[in-house]
Ligand binder design. Structure first.
Ligand SMILES: Cc1cc2nc3c(=O)[nH]c(=O)nc-3n(C[C@H](O)[C@H](O)[C@H](O)COP(=O)(O)O)c2cc1C
Length: 420
């Protein structure tokens, strides 16, 4: 039998310190415990203490992007067998009864499909207040197990019901709830939240380049191209949605950073090459950026002026580093290396030549003759040694998602995740 998994939400009450003992008891019985601390809870116990005792990451902030990349908040709420709120503050009970979801703890409580057990702790008047009475009745009616608090002297000196039940009693209630837990009612047509299915790139690190590069001629002029960055940003968004840790190295574009993506802005090809090198190793690198092939051989330190003679200043060019080819040759070559090729003619033939020349695994070729760069859709051909996979014209976000599915499958073959 696998160990029961408990998601323990710790509210901001004086009894939060007893949650530490509860974690210890649960771990002693071999349970897997993940702790979530409310903002107020953090005033009473530290994430560090809970992390050390639970031997697991502690979650606090709904908008902690790194956590969302590692594990989505919905997945966090689903992968437990039981959600336990201890201490359940008057505030948490009220929010749970009303369906409020304004922080990590309450959002998880609203999103979960698992049974919920609440161990209340509060001042006697708060417990006996008609509002709390109503909230407890509502929660019990909704199927939440709300334990009766202990009676006795409180931290504030008053006497009555409101003390947190002892950790051993909460552990007993947890064991009972686990035994009696009904299976969750499935919603038809929903994704499977098993990590491998729901987040197929969970645990993977993916590097993506996007946008154009700007190669300065003088302080006010530069060489550029028409790349909008939209396809690369859509790919970064899809990779993060699929659970990957995403490093996006972006040329100069005015696009918002997709949620959960770590973004580094660069201007020139040489800056991009340096950031790509620094970003390795990764499981997959997807080079979507339209990197300028050439830069001005010399960059003037001052604006180049017309001198009135009609003479045109010479513009000598120098070749930029070939980022894709150098990653392919690098000692840290990713298990899956993908280049993009925007072509205006002989799309597949050019892509096949580029594949051989650059030493990458796939070239995603797109025909930009009909739909210039910057459009909202793309028709791509995935060219590899194994052949050509041509997709219909799709919105760029759909291309990105389809590409993530293909990458996840390919990584399973090339670089299976170690499970032990
Ligand atoms: C020293 C102190 C002790 C508190 N103890 C409790 C308590 O035992 N129970 C309770 O419901 N609220 C208690 N509160 C009030 C909560 O911290 C407050 O309602 C907070 O908003 C709860 O946030 P949370 O429900 O998100 O954890 C206490 C506040 C302070 C300053």
């Amino acid at each position: 039998m696998t160990a029961p998994r408990i998601l323990l939400i710790i509210g901001g009450g004086i009894a939060a310190y007893k949650a530490i003992e509860l974690v210890r008891l649960l771990r002693k019985s071999g349970y897997v415990v993940r702790c979530v601390l409310t903002r107020a809870g953090e005033q009473f116990v530290t994430p560090l203490t809970l992390a050390a005792l639970s031997e697991n990451k502690v979650y606090t902030n709904l908008f902690d992007l790194k956590d969302e990349v590692e594990m989505g908040h919905i997945q966090l709420s689903r992968e437990a067998d039981l959600v336990v709120v201890a201490p359940a503050t008057a505030d948490l009970l009220a929010k749970m009864a009303a369906g409020i979801a304004d922080d990590m703890a309450t959002t998880l409580l609203l999103a979960t499909d698992k049974p919920v057990l609440a161990a209340p702790a509060m001042n006697v008047r708060m417990w006996l207040h008609p509002a709390t009475r109503r909230n407890v009745a509502t929660l019990r009616g909704d199927g939440v197990t709300v334990m009766e608090p202990d009676e006795g002297e409180m931290a504030c000196g008053e006497y009555g019901p409101g003390r947190l039940p002892e950790p051993a009693a909460i552990k007993g209630a947890i064991d009972k709830a686990l035994k009696e837990a009904p299976p969750p009612i499935p919603l038809t047509g929903q994704p499977d939240f098993a990590p491998a299915n729901h987040r197929p790139l969970f645990g993977r690190r993916i590097l993506i380049t996007a946008g154009p590069t700007h190669e300065p001629i003088d302080p006010v002029r530069y060489i550029a191209n028409r790349s909008s960055g939209k396809q690369g940003f859509a790919i970064a968004a899809a990779a993060a949605e699929a659970g990957a840790e995403v490093l996006l190295i972006a040329g100069p574009v005015e696009l918002p950073t997709p949620p959960g993506v770590i973004r580094i802005d660069v201007e020139t090809a040489r800056e991009m090459a340096a950031e790509v090198e620094a970003g390795l190793p990764v499981d997959a690198a997807i080079m979507v950026a339209a990197v300028a092939d050439w830069r001005a051989a010399d960059t003037a330190t001052q604006k180049i002026k017309k001198d009135g003679s009609g003479a045109v200043p010479p513009l000598a060019l120098a070749e930029n580093p070939d980022i894709l080819a150098s990653v392919a040759k690098s000692a840290q070559r990713p298990p899956l290396l993908i280049g993009f090729a925007a072509e205006t003619n002989d799309v597949i033939a050019h892509a096949e030549a580029k594949l051989a020349r650059k030493g990458c695994d796939w070239i995603v070729a797109n025909d930009v003759s009909a739909d210039p760069m910057g459009g909202e859709t793309n028709r791509v051909h995935i060219v590899s040694k194994g052949g050509v996979d041509s997709w219909d014209r799709l919105p760029k976000a759909a291309v990105a998602r389809k590409l993530m599915e293909k990458i996840a499958d390919e990584l399973e073959v090339r670089s299976p995740v170690q499970t032990d």
